[in-house]
Write a protein that binds this ligand. Structure first.
Ligand code: PLP
Length: 427
């Protein structure tokens, strides 16, 4: 469920007209719903309540400080993947004991800062990283708590660029050799192996990978404990899918039904690292049509949002629902099934102004006819949207607005041309 609804044929975010927001803040514009963010977080908190998990919001999905702070104020920790995200987590007020640090290429500087701040957990992905953490912890006189990130070698489950638990990806330690690896850490004075980490990929639309991951993890935990490691944390990562196309995603309770019994059997504390599930459907990207044109047998809608604002279609061939903010009377609501040809719509390629053929938000999409000046909403854009935005083609990044009831606050101003050149040394 989300709080983006059509009322009197105008899209609203909670109580606020999206058309009004576009007037006030310009386009392209990210609009987030506070009630939706909290609704999704609460669904997770309730579904997993039996094991009292530590939910670490995955900052990389949407790193705006206001959103991170909102999460932290509602009880979450943070999952960070870099020194920059660690900085954001702390700046948003997240206590270090609720921060978990993931990432396949942590630098010495990042590790030093994380040790200095005493983060809850390092998710370790290689032998080299472990040696670095051990050295730096010794030098700092600290003991690092680590979870071994295991690649459980499961069948493919999502887009090849976002699957992290098949053999041959860069993530994690191989499940066949992790026990041997762990043997060398028994009794280490500066590294405590306290847990297991499995982030399987994203978005995942079935419980099966989690079931398989749990099965393999339980066996592994027994082996690690037999070696003398105190394994009391099981970090299942994130990856829960959302509705992009229709109602394709599973509720949190479905994942909980598979994960909770496994966690109870293990006796571990559960950590989750959800990003997309919380923020994905809580945000839309609003854009304005600049031109339309027919060429090469196609109808193009050229609007002012681009791959620089939302790269997911370009990068992952992702599907995002797109519909006018104020649709015509004969096709008032977005369809529940996008595969069908809808009366009153035109097959359109929705593209941006960037000089790349790969710059598109949708291809061959049934859309009501739109004209110059019309507003479009691209849905389910809250996760990996603004977080992956760039300045390519000299494009200032979009503004972001957070709506709560009748109120809308600017949480990131639109970048200016000045912003674009500021870090460059004066010519
Ligand atoms: C990206 C990532 C997540 C979050 O994934 P979502 O699909 O947004 O829930 C969690 N953990 C790790 C280690 C990640 O890399």
């Amino acid at each position: 469920m989300d709080h983006f609804t059509y009322r009197h044929r105008v899209l609203h975010c909670e109580e606020v007209s999206v058309a009004d927001l576009a007037e006030r803040f310009g386009t392209p514009l990210y609009v987030y719903s506070r009630a939706t963010l909290l609704h999704h977080l609460r669904q997770l908190q309730e579904a997993f309540a039996a094991v009292r998990p530590l939910i670490c919001y995955s900052i990389k999905s949407n790193s705006n400080l206001h959103i991170v702070r909102l999460m932290v104020e509602h009880g979450t920790g943070c999952d960070v993947t870099s020194g920059g995200e660690l900085y954001r987590a702390l700046k948003a007020g997240c206590p270090a004991e609720k921060i978990v640090f993931a990432g396949v290429g942590k630098t010495d500087a990042e590790i030093r800062t994380a040790l200095d701040r005493d983060v809850a957990l390092f998710n370790v992905e290689s032998e080299g990283e472990l040696l670095a953490i051990a050295d730096l912890a010794r030098a700092a006189g600290r003991v690092a708590r680590v979870a071994l990130r295991v690649n459980p070698d499961l069948p493919p489950k999502t887009h090849v660029k976002t699957d992290t638990s098949v053999k041959g990806v860069k993530f994690g330690l191989d499940i066949e050799t992790v026990v041997e690896f762990a043997q060398r850490l028994v009794g280490h004075p500066h590294v405590q192996v306290v847990g297991l980490h499995m982030h399987l990929g994203s978005p995942i639309l079935s419980v099966e990978p989690y079931r398989q991951g749990i099965e393999k993890g339980l066996i592994l935990i027994d082996k690690l404990r037999a070696q003398g490691h105190r394994i009391d944390v099981w970090n299942m990562g994130g990856g829960f899918g959302i509705h992009y196309r229709k109602q394709e995603a599973l509720p949190a309770s479905a994942f909980a039904a598979v994960i909770v019994p496994g966690i109870q059997a293990s006796g571990c504390r559960l950590i989750l690292e959800p990003g997309r599930f919380i923020v994905g459907n809580a945000g839309i990207l609003v854009s304005r049509v600049i031109y339309t044109k027919d060429s090469g047998g196609k109808h193009f809608v050229i609007q002012d949002a681009a791959m620089t604002d939302l790269v997911r279609p370009t990068l992952y061939d992702s599907f995002h629902r797109i519909w006018p903010v104020a649709p015509p009377a004969d096709v008032p609501a977005p369809p529940s099934d996008y595969e069908a040809d809808l009366p009153g719509t035109i097959r359109s390629d929705v593209v941006g102004p960037v000089c790349e053929s790969g710059d598109f938000l949708a291809k061959d999409r049934a859309l009501p006819p739109v004209v110059r000046g019309d507003l479009l909403a691209t849905f389910s854009a809250g996760a990996y949207g603004m977080a992956m935005a760039s300045n390519y083609n000299g494009r200032p990044r979009a503004a972001e607005v957070l709506v709560a009831g009748r109120d809308a606050i600017l949480i990131r101003r639109r970048e200016t041309f000045e912003d674009l050149v500021r870090p460059e040394v004066e010519v």
